[in-house]
Unconditional design. Sequence first.
Lengths: 212, 75
Amino acid sequence: MLDRVVAALPEGHTWKLIVFGSAPLQLGLDQSFVSGDVDLTMEFAADFTGDVVESHLAKAQLLKEQSKQFYVEVVPRYVFNAPHDWVTRAYREQRRHVEFTFPHPVDILVAKVCRVAEKDLNAFRLVRRLTGHPTPEELIRLLRNTVDIYRPRFDEEYGGDPIANTKLVWREIYGAEIDVRAEIIRPALEERRKYFNQGEGLRDKLRAIGGG
Amino acid sequence: MLRDLCWVKSRIGARILLRAEAGKLTARDIRLAQRFGNDRGVEDRLLDQALACIRAEKREHGLLPPLPTDYVPTH
């Protein structure tokens, strides 16, 4: 499928695409872990838009309703909710004029916490069975680096409940309970506070010296 | 060298904080503290950075003891 993506995109330009969802798990860990779509996105700073990629893929009949076996879904970058340091663990593969980036399986799993359907749980089971990772400690660290998924949603926004989903993952995958606020949210925010609140109260001190 | 005004004010503010710690405030310090303590450009973060720079200068001139060899900055 990815070779067909390469063939569909015109040469004379380097297309940098991120492949996420189940496809990298299928490619890297278990060929039988298939799903209907291959999720593609690109960095915000890319010199092309998803619409451009999509128009080329449409001409090649690779999109939803066009391709009968697997189809490509080009999605906005924000759909892939991974830890902020996921790029450091990613694998890059150059195929002619296309550079594919495959996030590490653990980052793909973290991105699935926003949804956690049964197939997402199966992805956790698959990666755990084949690699032994992520351990609970590793997943806690990764989720601390993705703490923003736990923020309250806008009224207009649709989405799952990442706190409930995380608890579900812990029960189903590790057979244990987790206090998401105590183990993930508070330590992550404490870490940020250390940096963002440097010198807290110094200006008040200065003002007090001046009499207020 | 042209220096950012917020940074210059914060450096002065930091020196005032250090003089206050040492109990050596002057009337001018108090006047400037009132002014800079209410200045939007003088932030906690810049005051913290300025204090760190001034302390490093003092260490370089032997006016403060050196940092321990296993020193790690804390935020």
